[in-house]
Design a protein around this ligand. Structure first.
Ligand code: HH2
Length: 287
């Protein structure tokens, strides 16, 4: 069943087309990835864009505000533990009225899913980047799919639970080394991989802060780094606020991430993030 779906999606893919992410990265400025959660239960905006019309309005708005990439997901990835798994068919049912139309807006679309079948469907529908919050380690078909379709894949660090005793940077580096082995064995081209420390995933708030503070350690992999700190709980540990009031903390974290080597910022708040990044760059250029 899985193989049949993957083969069908792979057969329909364009293997030789240009990689939109490499083109964007070559611009030499931080890229902004706008988050579109077509879910009833995402941690910060659950239900807001569950309706397809509202989701597509938001997709258009984010592009108008300067998003370089749209990251579309239909299952909450639950950075904070509780799990309500979404069946495959339901995930695709949510995406179907949104993703193929969002692709037509012109910005590259990344599919945020843990399921290779959903990723295969999304790629066949026009998505061009796979975002795997389990870093190719939960389901090996994800690496196979990325290899066969020659698409960029975001490899995010994750753990089932946080362990405060860990040296989190060593743990992330070990996890990435394993993901890269899996990717290489499947035939994923090294240059098609983006690494993401997975802010808020299987980490204490302090470990999320450390991952941003020491992001530069991960540059040794020689790959672009993505950071998604948007509205996450570690912000509230430093400066208490509910998810919809964490914009200041999100921007501060993202500016620090860029200063420490991030090439892509994943955010719910595109306009404010684009403005912050432009101002930071303008000041830096004058130093
Ligand atoms: N964070 C979330 C989901 N996907 N993907 C990557 N690569 N990096 C992240 O930091 C990341 C991610 C969690 O945020 P959100 O999508 O808003 O929440 P939910 O998973 O509850 O829908």
């Amino acid at each position: 069943m899985i193989d049949a779906r993957l083969s069908a999606a792979c057969a329909s893919g364009n293997k030789s087309g240009p990689n939109p992410l490499s083109r964007l990265l070559a611009l030499g400025r931080p890229l902004v990835m706008g988050v579109l959660n077509v879910t009833p239960d995402s941690f910060s905006d659950g239900g807001e864009f569950f309706d397809p019309t509202r989701a597509l309005d938001q997709a258009g708005r984010m592009i108008a505000q300067g998003a370089d990439i749209l990251d579309i997901g239909a299952e909450s990835t639950r950075p904070y533990g509780s799990t309500v798994p979404v069946p495959l068919e339901e995930e695709m049912r949510r995406l179907d009225p949104v993703l193929p139309t969002a692709v037509k807006l012109g910005a590259p679309v990344s599919i945020d899913t843990m399921k290779p079948e959903v990723a295969a469907w999304a790629l066949a529908a026009g998505a061009s980047i796979v975002n795997d919050v389990w870093g190719l380690q939960r389901d090996r078909d994800m690496a196979r799919l990325a290899a066969e379709r020659t698409v960029p894949v975001i490899v995010m660090h994750n753990r089932e639970s946080a362990d405060p005793s860990l040296d989190i940077m060593a743990e992330i580096a070990k996890f990435f080394a394993r993901s890269l082995e899996i990717a290489e064995a499947a035939g994923v081209a090294h240059q098609n991989i983006v690494l993401d420390p997975g802010i808020g995933f299987g980490k204490t708030p302090e470990q999320s802060l450390i991952a941003i503070a020491r992001l530069r350690d991960l540059k040794s992999f020689g790959l672009p780094l993505l950071v998604g700190a948007s509205r996450k709980r570690f912000i509230a540990k430093v400066s208490p606020a509910p998810p919809d009031q964490r914009l200041g903390g999100s921007i501060a974290a993202h500016l620090m991430a860029v200063a420490n080597g991030a090439s892509i910022i994943r955010t719910h708040d595109v306009a404010e993030t684009v403005q912050a990044l432009r101002i930071a760059a303008a000041i830096r250029d004058l130093q």
